[in-house]
Design a protein around this ligand. Structure first.
Ligand SMILES: Cc1cc2nc3c(=O)[nH]c(=O)nc-3n(C[C@H](O)[C@H](O)[C@H](O)COP(=O)(O)O)c2cc1C
Length: 173
């Protein structure tokens, strides 16, 4: 299997923490880890196996002129890339209590952004064990990737990550 590229943002919070956990747990494969704010989206082309991690920081985050987001430069380039033949798995941090109507929305937006690239999205999971009202990341009865809630369910993160890795790692080539 060729190496995995793990790209994430923002730096220094829960996504950062989980990205490092994921990288540590993939012991059998080579993983290279990048902060999206320090990386050109073109870097994705070097990997056939890609993991992307993002958090949801409010529904205005993606368009706000005042909010500086680590993904601001990476995202507009991402959907213009040709990523055909590549596999992409997503994880998203959110808060299912305070933002039950917008739970991990940005992971859903990220999935939409990837569509035009032609990459194959893998690692979709059921909502079993999750409580929320609405989520743009919940499409056709499944989450587009792995939702995690470090604010209220941090005790579940490790098991959720391990179960998800069991799904995605055999799919990576
Ligand atoms: C201003 C703000 C807005 C948020 N909006 C949402 C939201 O719309 N949906 C959601 O699921 N979580 C939301 N959250 C929760 C964060 O996604 C959650 O705390 C996450 O773990 C943050 O990860 P980070 O520190 O790596 O950015 C919000 C948090 C903040 C501070």
């Amino acid at each position: 299997m060729s190496k995995i590229g793990l790209f994430y943002g923002p730096e220094g919070g829960n996504v950062d923490k989980v990205a490092k956990t994921i990288a540590e747990k993939i012991i059998s494969k080579k993983v290279e880890v990048f902060l999206v704010k320090e990386t050109d989206a073109d870097k994705l082309k070097e990997y056939s196996n890609i993991i992307l991690g993002i958090s949801t920081l409010g529904k205005h985050t993606w368009s706000s002129e005042n909010t500086v987001n680590d993904w601001d430069e990476f995202l507009p380039k991402l959907n213009k890339l040709d990523l055909k033949g590549k596999k992409v798995a997503l994880f998203g941090l959110g808060d299912h209590i305070a933002y039950a109507d917008f739970f991990v929305d940005s992971m859903g937006d990220l999935a939409e952004t990837i569509k035009p690239t032609g990459a194959e999205l893998i690692g979709q999971i059921s909502d079993e064990g999750y409580e929320f009202n609405e989520s743009r990341a919940f499409i056709d009865g499944r989450f587009v990737g792995l939702p995690l809630d470090e604010d209220f369910e941090s005790d579940l993160t490790e098991e959720r990550v391990e179960n998800w890795l069991e799904i995605i790692l055999p799919e990576f080539e």
